[in-house]
Write a new protein. Structure first.
Length: 194
């Protein structure tokens, strides 16, 4: 199959628990193939990305690959068209954060500060650790760096684990067995060959 008749367009943003798929959107004849950087393509890509940021769990590896393939053009045109749009500003921040390449700022950038990720759905940096990023008017509440940033969905199991009171449990063990026995056990378990 001739590679010039294929187009790499992400065609599905799947929900949590499903696999993320990137593939061929279709096979086109050379005359009917959609141009990569036409306005309709860029707006459609921005609409898909807005839907992804609004309704789904952001997949940072996918976004990194998407930005590498598409370049800055569609983010730049999206932010220029909607300089006060929260999703355009989030996408611009994520583009710069993931690629380490700066975009041009639109002249009338505005809007309230918004969190990069939704802390109601995802584990995020605590509010006192989030950084206000004035350039795009977003709060960087991502729980890591661009080199390592775990995205943890707040499921019931994760919420229960986060609410475990470890000092209280340790106090109950200490009261039942004594601190000397616990320390002795911890030292002996660390000395065992693996």
């Amino acid at each position: 199959m001739d590679p010039s008749t294929q187009s790499w367009i992400p065609f599905s943003f799947n929900r949590v628990g499903a696999s993320l798929e990137i593939g061929f959107a279709g096979v086109h004849s050379a005359l009917r193939r959609p141009p990569k950087l036409c306005c309709a393509y860029l707006l459609d890509l921005a609409a898909h990305l807005q839907f992804h940021l609004r309704h789904e769990i952001p997949h940072l590896e996918f976004l990194s690959r998407l930005f590498r393939e598409t370049g800055p053009a569609f983010i730049q045109s999206w932010v220029a068209a909607e300089p006060t749009g929260q999703y355009a500003r989030r996408a611009a921040f994520l583009y710069e954060w993931l690629t380490d390449n700066a975009l041009d700022l639109p002249t009338k950038l505005g809007g309230n500060y918004v969190d990069v990720i939704d802390d109601a759905k995802l584990m995020a940096a605590s509010p006192n650790r989030a950084t206000k990023f004035q350039r795009w008017r977003v709060n960087d509440n991502l729980p890591g760096t661009r080199h390592f940033c775990p995205i943890v969905v707040k499921t019931d199991a994760v919420t229960q684990a986060a609410n475990v009171n470890v000092p209280e449990l340790f106090g109950m063990l200490t009261a039942e067995f004594g601190e000397d026995l616990l320390l002795n056990c911890s030292v002996r378990s660390s000395e065992r060959p693996r």
